[in-house]
Design a protein around this ligand. Structure first.
Ligand code: PEP
Ligand code: CO
Length: 459
């Protein structure tokens, strides 16, 4: 589908019911912000987007593996070099571990440079009898519970575009500079392995990754960063359609329309209505699309959405990101796979083992004592992944990717892992305002466990 459908334009979604949009008090200003955003330079290019689409097509056939990860929601005040570097570092290290284990090339897609908008289950939040609009991500409002902070402010879309550009600019510079010295053992913070029964296996893995890098350099006579330029692509949920349409551009000498605000927008579970604004918007752009599927997804509707978004079954166009939860995946995933098989489509399956495994607990200790927070258990996340690999293998389909909410920092938001974090440890460094993320150690350990499984030929 090179050309957009003739009845589509970048604002045609406005003729449909569109869920999860903020109610801005000043509509006039919203239109001005749209015009301003639409006039600004984009963040990515159409040829990068095509490269990603080609790589995702390879992953669908089992010749590559997709690693997608980053914050549930980025924060404007975390747009700083330390956060960005540590996020890039953990994604890069996870990908090296996965290459090592799986022998497949890895495509790295960050949930970054624009993941500033969140769908919410409730429009309002009530605290101590006070009702205010929910926090919908930094592109919309602020998390502090006051009327001034929660009112949706269109100016934030402009700030969000600037922060996305700053983030991506720094990421591109880091990548061009060879990024980081992967050879130094101290660059790999492996203290946590002391607590793991798999310690010897982990140490061997890192050692042998170092050996492969050194070997490549000796053979090619260049630094690893130059031999094999690592690419990072960007992704975020295509939620605020005004923002997405302002980033939607046509490109000289190419047909069709592209969202040049990110390489890979995705459609969330809450907005996947076949007749709704989000599907209407996404059908007209040429980017590869993520599609979240959960226990609440209706498979008939999903098939309709696929017919609308990918009428030609184009390789790489759709990545189906399933997120059922460890206790549900064995019921829901086989049915999903059967249904997709019936359609005859080849699409990329990826597993998001985070969103189906969220629990709420009360923090008992520390400054936040008494506060309810969301958390996830490392064991549940791993269990959903392991079951997903097995279910796909039994069905003769391929699990070609994983999708994590993670950070390169030492937060305490998910429990478990080699260090054995418990509910009582959550207060130590709980920073997320939305979903809980795997921290540096938990992310690396998760990659090592998946890689170990791949290397044993089970995946
Ligand atoms: C998310 O990825 O943060 C998200 C909201 O996902 P889902 O639509 O799967 O709930
Ligand atoms: Co989330």
């Amino acid at each position: 589908m090179a050309n957009a459908p003739s009845d589509w334009h970048r604002l045609s979604w406005r003729e449909r019911e569109t869920l999860q949009q903020p109610s801005y008090p000043d509509r006039q200003r919203v239109e001005e912000v749209f015009e301003h955003l639409a006039s600004l330079p984009p963040l990515v290019t159409s040829w990068e987007i095509e490269t990603l689409r080609d790589q995702l097509a390879e992953a669908a056939l089992g010749n590559r593996f997709l690693l997608q990860g980053g914050d549930c929601a980025e924060r404007f005040d975390e747009c700083n070099p330390d956060f960005i570097t540590s996020k890039l570092k953990i994604l890069l290290q996870m990908s090296l571990v996965l290459v090592h284990g799986g022998g497949r090339r890895i495509t790295r897609v960050g949930r970054f440079a624009g993941q500033y908008a969140k769908p919410r289950s409730a429009n309002d939040e009530v605290r101590d009898g006070v009702t205010l609009p929910s926090y919908r991500g930094d592109n919309v409002n602020r998390p502090e519970f006051t009327p001034e902070h929660r009112v949706p402010d269109p100016e934030r879309l402009l700030r969000g575009h600037e922060y996305s550009a700053l983030t991506l600019n720094f990421i591109r510079a880091l990548i061009d500079g060879g990024f980081a010295d992967l050879h130094h053992p101290e660059y790999w913070n492996l203290e946590f392995v002391e607590h793991s029964p798999l310690r010897a296996e982990y140490e061997r893995m890192v050692e042998s990754i170092g050996d492969s890098l050194r070997f490549m350099e000796t053979v090619v006579g260049a630094q690893a960063g130059q031999i094999n330029r690592v690419d990072f692509f960007t992704s975020h949920e295509a939620l605020l359609l005004l923002h997405e349409s302002a980033m939607t551009r046509s490109v000289p000498r190419r047909t069709g329309w592209w969202n040049l605000g990110t390489h890979m927008p995705w459609l969330g579970v809450r907005t996947a209505e076949p007749d709704g604004g989000h599907v209407e918007y996404l059908r007209g752009i040429r980017n590869p699309l993520g599609l979240k599927v959960g226990p609440s997804s209706d498979l008939d509707k999903l098939v309709k959405v696929l017919d609308i978004l990918d009428p030609d079954d184009q390789p790489g166009r759709i990545t189906l990101i399933h997120r059922f939860g460890a206790s549900n995946v064995s019921t829901y995933l086989p049915a999903l796979i059967d249904r997709i098989k019936d359609t005859g489509r080849t699409l990329l399956f990826s597993c998001d083992p985070m969103h189906g495994n969220t629990e709420t607990v009360k923090m008992m200790k520390g400054p936040g004592a008494g506060r309810q927070v969301k958390t996830r258990k490392f064991g549940h996340i791993l269990a959903e992944l392991e079951q997903s690999f097995e279910i796909h293998q039994r069905a003769g389909t391929i699990l070609g990717g994983v999708h994590f909410e993670l950070t390169g920092d030492q937060v305490t938001e998910c429990t478990g892992g080699a260090r054995g974090l418990e509910d009582d440890d959550l207060a130590t460094s709980y920073r997320s305002h939305v979903d809980p993320r795997l921290n540096y150690e938990q992310s690396l350990e998760m990659a090592m466990l998946i890689a170990g499984r791949m290397a044993r030929g089970k995946a």
